[in-house]
Design a protein around this ligand. Structure first.
Ligand code: ZN
Length: 248
């Protein structure tokens, strides 16, 4: 057997791949810990069972595999045919026998890893289109996957916690929240000050509304991972913060 290694050399992408793989291992472990009958139980995502989450994470790997193949071949292949098609596919996959859902999730993850591993160093800058229609270098798929596997592991609601996340992931999530809010709502009056970091990050330059909490609390709040009606410990001034703006 010849040892197979990643072809990418960019240190940022190499570090990103490591975080994505750790996240995949974390997600897969949480799925393995669930008995078959527990997959039919609710997840933390409104309207979704755990089976929906596992099916969605598998289908997400397939969609990101399509983008990686696009970068490798130059032949345009969208993530999903349409938003409706994506949702329909998740609903359908969630009704599959549990064994098939587990297999989908595992196989799709392995396939994506292989496509990333074999993508030539120069192809990592190739532009592809996200489901939202943005053109991004295909290297962005690594972060897109990272976000999915870590957060959805928590959504499974069987012991996964944001407190388990590596600090560099928590920081990257805070940056992602602010980046998405900036792109969405021009001039949104909001800054985040994590009490366990020595920096503040603002959505707009003249932001006067400052949300404070630990970095993990701010991620949970910003990503909509707090109980309904709770700010999860995040405050604006002396009051519990209002619900965060929508993220993804
Ligand atoms: Zn997702």
């Amino acid at each position: 057997m010849v040892a197979r290694a990643d072809k990418v050399t960019d240190p940022g992408i190499v570090a990103g791949l490591l975080l994505a793989r750790r996240g995949q291992a974390y997600f897969s472990r949480k799925v393995t810990e669930l008995r078959d009958d527990q997959l039919a139980e609710p997840s933390l995502l409104p309207g979704w069972t755990r089976a929906h989450v596992v099916a969605h994470v598998g289908l997400n790997a397939r969609a990101l595999t399509r983008l990686t193949q696009w970068a490798a071949t130059g032949v345009e292949t969208p993530m999903y045919a349409s938003a409706e098609e994506r949702d329909r596919e998740i609903e359908l996959a969630a009704t599959l026998p549990v064994r098939a859902i587990r297999t989908l999730s595992d196989h799709a993850a392995v396939h994506l890893t292989v496509e990333w591993r074999d993508l030539k160093a120069e192809a990592w800058r190739h532009e592809v289109r996200t489901a939202q229609g943005r053109l991004v270098p295909v290297s962005e798929t690594v972060w897109m996957r990272t976000r999915e596997v870590w957060l959805h592991a928590v959504d499974l609601d069987n012991g996964g916690r944001l407190d388990d996340f590596p600090p560099e992931l928590v920081d990257a999530l805070l940056l992602d929240l602010v980046t998405v809010w900036r792109r969405r709502g021009a001039g949104l009056d909001l800054a985040l000050t994590p009490t366990d970091r020595d920096w503040t990050i603002a959505v707009s330059d003249d932001a006067r509304t400052v949300a404070t909490g630990t970095a993990v609390q701010l991620v949970a709040w910003g990503a909509g991972r707090v109980r309904a009606g709770s700010s999860g410990g995040v405050r604006v001034g002396h009051r519990p913060a209002p619900p965060a703006p929508p993220w993804l």
